[in-house]
Design a binder for this molecule. Structure first.
Ligand code: FA5
Length: 340
């Protein structure tokens, strides 16, 4: 290969090195320029065929070309590596001067919040806060509340029956019985908790919901006491006057028995799906404790009397926050929960 061809090859390769667009492309040019099968390596091998005086100058030329190519490859390599880094830095840019977001804080479920408010209120009025099992026996859920087997009142609360005669409690009233058994009279207690009913779900009915039971047993307790505590409870929850109505209601464990309704705070009265177009929402059952219930728990009804109530805590939460469908409260959707 004549010297001129070697110099032409050099400038061709230098141009390709200068325009290589990526490190991969540059590597391919490197193999072609300096690899074992390259034209330059070939020229080196053929030097033995040259006359001695030509050999020295050809050797110098080949060395100079190789050095030039090596330098050019090195320089281009640095440039490409630098721009790859810049591209990556641009893509993965992060402003370290921004304040860190920190862990996201949760908050109490609206139901828990109202439950705790009521626990604090009733504690301040001298009531004990009791808990009871969600898996109950028939005796505490029904018999001890004056609802014997075959009594039609058992059908009023569709029950999830469990194995061995146990059941998922249908109301918090069995905790009244446990309270009477354990603490005896005089007694002031509340019992918030979860209850279960085998019923079809709609805007105001869940199969799993919360109640708050209350009971006061003492000498000379009257309906006036009951009404006083009901009003205290409702004005604490709503922070304003709400219109209530008391109508007769049948529960075998109270006599007389009442249903307390509040005027629907979702529609304000004209009617909506929550109040079933009636303008009123049933909030609780209540009444004066039936003598049989006292007797069954070993309390003398000639000496002691009292009131009891069972408040629908879930419905109360709906009224306080204007929630128009009970199902929102338990479905765990954060878009709903984060509003509180
Ligand atoms: C009872 O459960 C009685 N144990 C209440 C009671 C206690 C009466 C003490 C007298 C003395 P009732 O089945 O009506 O009663 O339920 C009480 C409240 O729970 C209702 O007023 C209502 O607010 C709420 N409630 C009832 N069923 C549901 C349901 N499926 N979904 C949501 N809330 C309900």
């Amino acid at each position: 290969m004549p010297d001129r061809s070697i110099e032409e090859l050099e400038s061709l390769l230098l141009a390709r090195i200068a325009t290589a667009a990526s490190e991969e492309e540059l590597e391919a040019v490197r193999v072609e320029a300096l690899g074992r099968k390259s034209a330059l390596a070939q020229a080196g091998k053929e030097m033995g065929k040259l006359a001695p005086e030509e050999r020295a100058s050809r050797g110098k030329l080949i060395n100079r070309v190789r050095q030039n190519l090596e330098q050019a490859l090195e320089a281009r390599q640095q440039t490409l590596a630098g721009s790859a880094l810049r591209t990556r830095l641009d893509a993965e840019w992060l402003d370290l001067t921004l304040p860190a977001p920190g862990p996201r804080r949760g908050h109490l479920h609206p139901l828990t919040r109202i439950q705790r408010e009521l626990e604090a209120l009733f504690s301040s009025l001298g009531f004990a806060v009791l808990d009871g099992p969600e898996v109950e026996d028939e005796y505490h859920n029904f018999d001890a509340l004056n609802i014997p087997r075959d009594h039609p009142a058992r059908d009023m609360q569709d029950t999830f029956w469990l194995e061995g005669g146990q059941l998922a409690r249908t109301h918090t009233s069995p905790v009244q019985v446990r309270g009477m058994e354990r603490l005896g009279p005089p007694l002031r207690m509340i019992a918030p908790g979860r209850v279960f009913r085998n019923e079809s779900v709609d805007a105001s009915h869940e199969h799993t919901f919360y109640q708050l039971e209350g009971m006061m047993i003492d000498r000379d307790v009257s309906v006036a006491h009951l009404i006083y505590f009901m009003k205290t409870l409702l004005s604490a929850v709503f922070g304003r006057d709400v219109t209530v109505r008391l109508r007769p209601g049948f529960f075998p464990f109270v006599e007389p028995g009442f249903e307390l309704d509040i005027q629907c705070l979702i529609c304000g009265g004209p009617g909506c799906p929550v109040c079933k177009q009636s303008g009123w929402v049933e909030q609780m059952g209540c009444g004066m404790v039936h003598p049989n219930v006292l007797r069954l728990s070993g309390i003398d009804p000639e000496v002691w009397g009292g009131f009891a109530f069972g408040l629908g805590l879930t419905r109360l939460v709906m009224m306080r926050y204007g929630i128009d469908d009970i199902r929102h409260l338990q479905d765990g959707d954060l878009r709903f929960l984060e509003q509180f």
